[in-house]
Design a protein around this ligand. Structure first.
Ligand SMILES: [Zn+2]
Length: 242
């Protein structure tokens, strides 16, 4: 069986008691590498703990755009993130980004720029979330892209033209359960055009149930064990003859 890499997952968001089963079922399905992303100071420690106890888990921590105006986030979150990065040399920066469907894009842009700068200074890869703010995101990336060892645009959904811009910036994309949705035309188009060396796959589990597609496992949750189905669908879209 080919070893699979779930490039974007939130293992810390599974109930703790369920995680051993989640990991066992993932490995039984061939998934052996996991890019595990924290989203706020509330889950960073758990991400680090999982990465230190589970083989193959590559951690990133960051303030997700959904939390950038969250009053529950401590004011000194950026200093905390900087300290965490200093303490963990292998730690990436993510999940960070911009989401124009959520309030306060200005606050999101400030948090995003600060974290990009931190990643560039610390020579860390970034994992990006972007919804309908690709112009702003590309503009923020342009000055720092060369200082970032890796850029992963997760759950990518953008036009081919916007993808070319990310491609020039050296970004990779990861495609998730949305490719299983026949109506997700942009994602399915990306699946066809992104070069092999820029293409990764993800479940974004336990989130990301897709309308009309049974990607759920483990009591109705999405889980890394679904990754082979996503990869198979992308392969089918890229090679319709085979
Ligand atoms: Zn995510």
């Amino acid at each position: 069986m080919k070893p699979y890499h779930d490039a974007h997952v939130h293992l810390q968001s599974f109930p703790e008691a369920m995680l051993p089963e989640v990991m066992a079922r993932a490995r039984a399905a061939g998934v052996v590498r996991f890019g595990c992303c924290g989203t706020s100071p509330a889950d960073w420690d758990r991400v680090i703990a999982i990465a230190s106890s589970e083989p193959g888990v590559e951690p990133s921590c960051g303030l997700h755009p959904w939390h950038s105006a969250d009053p529950a986030v401590p004011e000194d979150w950026l200093e905390r993130l900087e300290a965490l990065l200093a303490a963990h040399p292998g730690l990436g920066v993510g999940e960070i980004g911009l989401d124009a469907l959520r309030p306060d894009l200005q606050a999101q842009m400030r948090a995003f720029a600060a974290q990009l700068a931190l990643a560039a200074r610390g020579n860390r890869g970034v994992v990006l979330h972007c919804v309908r703010a690709h112009g702003e995101m590309a503009a923020a990336l342009r000055p720092v892209a060369k200082s970032l060892p890796s850029i992963l645009l997760h759950a990518a959904s953008c036009s081919p033209e916007i993808w070319r811009e990310y491609e020039r910036l050296g970004a990779c994309v990861s495609l998730g359960p949305a490719v299983l949705n026949p109506r997700a035309t942009r994602v399915r188009e990306l699946a066809r055009i992104v070069p092999e060396d820029r293409l990764l796959f993800e479940t974004d589990s336990p989130d990301m149930a897709v309308n009309g597609c049974a990607v759920s496992a483990l009591g109705g949750r999405n889980a890394p064990e679904n990754l082979p189905r996503i990869i198979a669908e992308v392969r089918r879209l890229r090679n319709p003859e085979s």
